[in-house]
Design a protein around this ligand. Structure first.
Ligand code: ADP
Length: 390
């Protein structure tokens, strides 16, 4: 316990500005100061409280505990605030725990010391009660609004967690499906070959199918690795002709589609500037967009690929499909890892892990470019890669 009358008077005046100087003087005689180390509880929820605290320096947290969420900090109090005032009305239980957030100093008054003074001076008691009630009301409003904010934040956190959980389960389900399909096919052919059931030309067909399925698995694994930026090898930049690149990508996509492709038109002017790019990265980005244009296009309507200068320093590579389209509310999120719009029970179920666009964005970002999406559900989508040419 330390005594510093000057400090006490000022603190009391600050806390109870409507009390007369004489009343402040009277209170200062029973008030004492204390110091608390960080993380020490000044008072605890549920305990009978007999002390009113005025915070002189430092910060304290007001904490309530809830059955399902543990401790919740509902407020942080700064110097000048007072708390524990219920103790002056009745021997009531503390409604919250107050814990030193930093080292702090308080001015305190004990009920047992206060009551004799109050009995002698009903005016002081009346004024003090009036002030404390006003304080209560303000405090309640602040606490309710704090609780409301916490509640909104918690609801959001729960919703985010539930969505992450759903994405995770969906990803595991699609990954197992995407792995199982080629594996089952390979297993089937190998089984038949082992039994000697495949001979002559059929052997070639079987070998081709096995090769394609192995390539699919390698592609999947590589995509997952790229996603986590673990792919070996740094990007290798060179001046590239976009027309050549697009033809190369189209051929790869066509091979993978086993002939089930929509017609494609290519509109590439003769004079387009070369781009300084990492071929492997750009191929991956173009491939992801191209594969989607064919995949999310169940009626196999024509796909149009166009290259044009967007302005003097930017080349645009546009891939337009007339497929199912994407609602505008989802057009940002589809670039997130594992995010897919296909839900069980949708009209169409399309294969995929939900990482193609994430990789495309990663690769295009690396070239200081960006991807634009314009899409209308039921009409189709246009994805445009914009690359700097200078
Ligand atoms: P995946 O194609 O493997 O599902 P992506 O990351 O490439 O993963 O795409 C994420 C999601 O965005 C897709 O599942 C699909 O719902 C939507 N999407 C992407 N491209 C198109 C497109 N051209 N048309 C319609 N939807 C698309």
């Amino acid at each position: 316990m330390t005594d510093n009358p000057l400090n006490k008077i000022e603190l009391l005046k600050n806390a109870f500005p409507k009390l007369s100087d004489a009343d402040i003087e009277t209170l200062s005689q029973i008030a004492y100061t204390r110091t608390y180390a960080p993380r020490v509880d000044l008072c605890r929820e549920g305990e009978i409280g007999k002390v009113l605290f005025i915070l002189a320096s430092g910060e304290v947290d007001v904490i309530i505990s809830s059955v399902d969420q543990g401790e919740i900090v509902i407020d942080t109090l700064h110097p000048g605030y007072y708390f524990g005032e219920m103790a002056f009305f009745s021997e009531s239980k503390r409604m919250a725990t107050v814990r030193a957030k930093t080292a702090c100093e308080t001015l305190e008054m004990h009920y047992d010391h206060f009551m004799p003074i109050a009995n002698r001076s009903p005016g002081l008691l009346g004024m003090l009660i009036g002030q404390i009630i006003g304080h209560f009301r303000r405090n309640d409003r602040a606490v309710i609004s704090q609780l409301h904010n916490k509640n909104v934040a918690l609801q959001q956190a729960y919703a985010d967690l539930a969505e992450q959980d759903e994405l995770r389960s969906q990803f595991i389900a699609t990954l197992s499906h995407e792995l199982r399909t080629p594996l089952t096919s390979i297993q089937g052919f190998l089984g038949l070959m082992n039994q000697g059931a495949i001979k002559g030309d059929s052997l070639k067909v079987a070998m081709n199918s096995i090769t394609r399925n192995v390539e699919k698995l390698v592609g999947l694994t590589n995509n997952l690795l790229i996603l986590y930026e673990m792919y070996p090898g740094a990007p290798e930049y060179d001046y590239l002709n976009v027309a050549d690149l697009l033809v190369e990508v189209l051929n790869v996509v066509k091979e993978g589609a086993e002939g089930k492709l929509s017609p494609v038109t290519l509109d590439i002017p003769d004079q387009i500037p070369q781009v300084y790019a990492d071929k492997r990265g750009l191929v991956l980005a173009l491939r992801a967009l191209m594969e989607n244009a064919f995949k999310f296009n169940p009626k196999q309507l024509p796909v149009a690929v166009r290259v044009y200068p967007r302005n003097e320093t930017t080349l645009a590579i546009e891939i337009h499909d007339q497929g199912i389209g994407i609602p505008s509310s989802e057009q940002k999120r589809i670039f997130e890892p594992f995010y897919r719009l296909e839900k069980e029970g949708s009209t169409y179920l399309f294969p995929g892990l939900g990482i193609g666009l994430t990789i495309a964005q990663f690769m295009v970002d690396r070239h200081n470019g960006r991807i634009e999406v314009v899409s209308t559900p039921g009409e189709g989508s246009t994805f445009t890669i914009l690359l700097p040419t200078q």
